[in-house]
Structure formats: structure tokens, C-alpha cells
Design a protein around this ligand. Structure first.
Ligand code: ADP
Ligand code: MG
Length: 347
């Protein structure tokens, strides 16, 4: 009786704690929060000035005492305190939106290849932020579940989640990760390459937000139609503002090397996969999730290079969050995908 009452009132949530975006899934409702994983902090007072959308607006335009922090920039907790603050903000916001009072049970997606110490840090951040219980699941696993791939079956599911800070390449079977690779080459790195390219080729200095919008406007992995846009920044020779026309070809050239790294990582996981899984992989191919999967031409390029079918997940940005939601809604069925937490790790 108590248990069923509890269930009715519980406000269990799933969180995709991404390096670029945090999404929150409320059990029985769906995704209720989708905001950038960004915190603005006043370094003089130590106070949090803004989180999420509000903090992103300040990006690249802050005075010296306000710092914009992306606590998960490396895909793992690079700034524990800020991760905790951010998690607390999103959990409180979810509680407000759900209008329920109980402390939630929380399923959190973490990058694969996360160390025990980092897992513990995310776990503690969740508990300190007000969660009653915290369950961790690898993001690649959550993404595969979110796309409704048969992860519990004895057959190969190959998933590549390209986020902001990290890319997860994972081969899954029987509810577990058989092979995986986590690399720090993803959307942010693409932006950095664009900044370097404009600096080296055109002597134009731009910030990250501009690089990001150039990527979204012109980025591609293979040649399609000719496109150009005006990019504004600081001329490194004169020090003054300058506008310049940049083409899709320029940006493709800038992105060639990081895309090569992604390809190499996928190859490596394929090459070390058990031979018995090859026939499944040949048949079902690879599923791409995460914002980076939306880079035009990426599936075509991977298909050419790997001779495997490549599919982009529907709504690739929300796959992990939907996966944490499916785990919450069917907890017993998916219990095996929850990561074991080493109780003895102390940080
Ligand atoms: P994370 O899980 O790390 O928070 P996301 O899955 O939310 O990351 O993806 C964010 C990344 O996807 C950003 O680097 C963003 O620039 C990139 N991205 C979003 N849309 C596109 C697109 N259309 N083309 C290329 N990259 C994109
Ligand atoms: Mg992600």
C-alpha cells in the first residue's frame, strides 16, 4: 500500500548529463528539461549567476569576474562542485515542474570508460543534489535503449554517440558493453578546428560561439552543394573587426582530420570485436546518436569507408534521455544495464 502510494507520487527522473546539453526525463511525462550544460559563476563571491540557457547567453561576453564553466567539458566530471551545482539546479527545476515533493530516484547517463572515482563523483553529486537513489548507466547503452535497439538480446548492437566533448563508440550485447572506446573528439573539437583553420588560413580570430554557428551553417563530411556565409571576427594583422566569406569546402577541410579520428576509433572497435558478431554487424550496421550525428554527409562518408549500413537515430539529441526514461519505466527489465558502483572508492 505504502509502496504503491509512493510510486504514484514519485517523481523519478532520468538525466542525460551531456557535455553540451543536459536533458531531464520525468517518469510518466517525457523530456521536461533541455538546456546547455553551462554554469556562470561570479569568481569574486563564488555565487552561481546563471545555469543552462541563461548562462549560455553570457558565453563569450562576460566581464573578468564572471566565468562561464562547462563542468563536463571532458565528458567526465572535470569540475565536481560545478557539476553538483548544475545537477542540483536541474533536479530542483524538475521537481518544480513536476509539482511533486518526494526526493526522486534518478538514472544518470555517464560516458563509457568513466573511472570508478568519476562514477562516485557523479553519484555523490546526485545524492547531494537531493536524489533519494542514484543509478548510473553508460550513455552509449542509454542511447541504444532510447533508440529501441535490442540491447538485451544475444546479438550485436553497434552504436556511436557523438556529443560535444566526447564520442562513445560501443558494441553491445546481452545488456552489456562488449567493446567500447571513448574519445575526446566530438562537436567541441570540430569547433576548435574551425577556429584554428580561420586563424591559420585567413588570419581571422573568432570565438567558440561563432565557430559553432559556422559549423552548423556550413559543416559537412562530404561534398554536396556549394555554400558560403559571412564570418566576422578580429583581423589578426590589423587587430580590427573584419568580415570574410567562408565556404563549405573550407570547413570540410578543417573537419577532415577530426572526422578521420572518429573513423579510426570505429575501425578499432570493429577490429577487436569478437568474430562471431561480424555477421550481426554486417546486417544491422551502425547507429549514430548525439548532436554530432547530424553533421551532413557523415553517414554517407562512414558508409563509403566501412562498407556497412549507417543509420542516424531519430532525434539523435534526445536518445540518451529517452533511454534513461525507458530504463525508469521498465526498471526490472533493464536492471542489468545499471553500472555497479564500487562502495570502497573514497574521494
Ligand atoms: P552531449 O551529449 O555531449 O551534451 P549532444 O549530443 O547534445 O552532446 O551534442 C552536442 C554537439 O552536437 C555540439 O557540439 C553541437 O555543435 C553538435 N551539433 C548539433 N547539431 C549539429 C549539426 N546539425 N551538425 C553538426 N553538429 C551538430
Ligand atoms: Mg550525450
Amino acid at each position: 500500500m505504502l509502496k504503491s502510494l509512493y510510486r504514484r507520487f514519485s517523481n523519478d527522473i532520468g538525466i542525460d548529463l551531456g557535455t553540451a546539453n543536459t536533458l531531464v526525463y520525468l517518469k510518466g511525462h517525457g523530456i521536461i528539461i533541455n538546456e546547455p550544460s553551462i554554469v556562470a559563476v561570479n569568481r569574486k563571491t563564488g555565487q552561481i549567476v546563471a545555469v543552462g540557457h541563461e548562462a549560455k547567453k553570457m558565453w563569450g561576453k562576460t566581464p573578468a569576474h564572471i566565468e562561464i564553466i562547462r563542468p563536463l567539458i571532458e565528458g567526465v566530471v572535470s569540475d565536481f562542485d560545478m557539476t553538483e551545482e548544475m545537477l542540483a539546479y536541474f533536479i530542483r527545476k524538475a521537481e518544480k515542474l513536476s509539482k511533486k515533493f518526494f526526493r526522486p530516484r534518478v538514472v544518470i547517463g555517464v560516458p563509457s570508460g568513466i573511472t570508478n572515482v568519476e562514477m562516485r563523483a557523479v553519484y555523490d553529486a546526485g545524492i547531494d543534489a537531493g536524489a533519494r537513489e542514484v543509478f548510473l548507466v553508460e550513455e552509449a547503452m542509454a542511447a541504444a535503449i532510447g533508440v529501441r535497439l535490442p540491447v538485451l538480446d544475444p546479438r550485436a548492437t553497434f552504436i556511436v554517440d557523438i556529443g560535444g566533448g566526447t564520442t562513445d563508440v560501443a558494441l553491445i550485447s546481452l545488456g552489456g558493453v562488449v567493446r567500447s572506446l571513448n574519445l575526446r573528439i566530438a562537436g567541441d573539437h570540430f569547433n576548435e578546428r574551425i577556429i584554428e583553420y580561420l586563424r591559420d588560413e585567413f588570419k581571422l580570430l573568432v570565438g567558440e560561439p561563432t565557430a559553432e554557428s559556422v559549423k552548423l551553417a556550413l559543416g559537412s563530411a562530404i561534398e554536396t552543394e556549394y555554400q558560403e556565409i559571412e564570418v566576422r571576427g578580429r583581423d589578426l594583422v590589423t587587430g580590427l573587426p573584419r568580415a570574410l566569406m567562408v565556404t563549405d569546402g573550407d570547413i570540410r577541410e578543417a573537419l577532415m582530420r577530426p572526422i578521420g579520428f572518429l573513423l579510426a576509433a570505429i575501425r578499432e572497435v570493429l577490429e577487436t570485436a569478437p568474430p562471431e558478431m561480424m555477421s550481426d554487424i554486417l546486417k544491422t550496421g551502425i547507429v549514430l546518436t548525439g548532436g554530432g550525428a547530424m553533421l551532413p554527409g557523415l553517414p554517407e562518408l562512414l558508409e563509403q569507408e566501412l562498407s556497412l549500413p549507417i543509420h542516424i537515430a531519430q532525434d539523435p539529441l534526445s536518445a540518451v534521455a529517452r533511454g534513461t526514461g525507458i530504463i525508469l519505466e521498465n526498471f526490472e527489465q533493464y536492471e542489468s544495464v545499471i553500472l555497479p558502483l564500487d562502495e570502497h572508492v573514497v574521494i
